[in-house]
Structures are given as C-alpha cells and as structure tokens.
Design a protein around this ligand. Structure first.
Ligand SMILES: [Cu+2]
Length: 121
C-alpha cells in the first residue's frame, strides 16, 4: 500500500510557509569578472529585530538553465552591523541568478532571491 502512496505524495504541493527571516541582499561586482561581494541583512520577519549569530550559506542557480550550473554554496561571514553577513560569490556566467540563502541558528529559514548579474556595460 505504501508503495502506491509514495509517488502520490510527490504530487501534493508543499504548503507555502511565510518566511521567518526578512532578507535584504545586495551584491557588488569586484575587480574579477563574475565575482561578487554580497552583503546580506537578516531580520526576524515578525519582530523586525536583526538576526545575529546565524550560520548563513549562500548558493546560486540560474532559473533559466536548471541543472546547468553547479556553483558551490559559500559560508557568509558575520559583518560589523547586527544581522549583517558578508559573502563573496563566484558565478559561472552573466544573467539572472537565484540566490539561495540557508539560515541556521535561533531562526531557521531558506530564502531564495532572484538577482540580475548582467555583464557590465
Ligand atoms: Cu547559465
């Protein structure tokens, strides 16, 4: 019986949970092409308080090219401001990327943000 139920479970859409962590992310190009310095600000979605002391990793994928890229997730370092984290990411081409933030700590969340990493003009 379980054998028949298992594939069905895959068809049930996951409930969309409200994000527990609010994210502000800004990535700036560096001198090296396709390398960006990202500043991430995390705050608790409910209280608005900065989320400090979290372990944050940041991965990247191209929504338009699923499975085509394999960018390793990097760990972000805590920045000077409360709730601030800094990470340097290296992408494989210019275009729109979906950054996936994995936040672990007092608050846990996985947040995806699409950002445009166009070639400099
Ligand atoms: Cu691509």
């Amino acid at each position: 019986m379980i054998r028949f139920l298992a594939p069905l479970a895959l068809l049930v859409p996951l409930p969309t949970l409200a994000e527990r962590v609010g994210v502000d992310i800004d990535c700036k190009p560096t001198k090296r092409d396709l390398v960006y310095d990202c500043r991430i600000l995390l705050k608790d979605a409910k209280s608005g308080q900065p989320v400090g002391g979290a372990e944050v990793s940041i991965g990247a994928d191209m929504p338009s090219m699923p499975m085509a890229h394999n960018v390793r997730a990097v760990k972000a370092k805590p920045g000077a401001a409360p709730g601030e984290y800094l990470a340097r990411i290296e992408l494989e081409m210019h275009g729109e990327w979906a950054l996936k933030l994995d936040v672990r700590g007092a608050v846990r969340d996985v947040i995806v943000r699409k950002l445009d990493f166009s070639a400099p003009k």
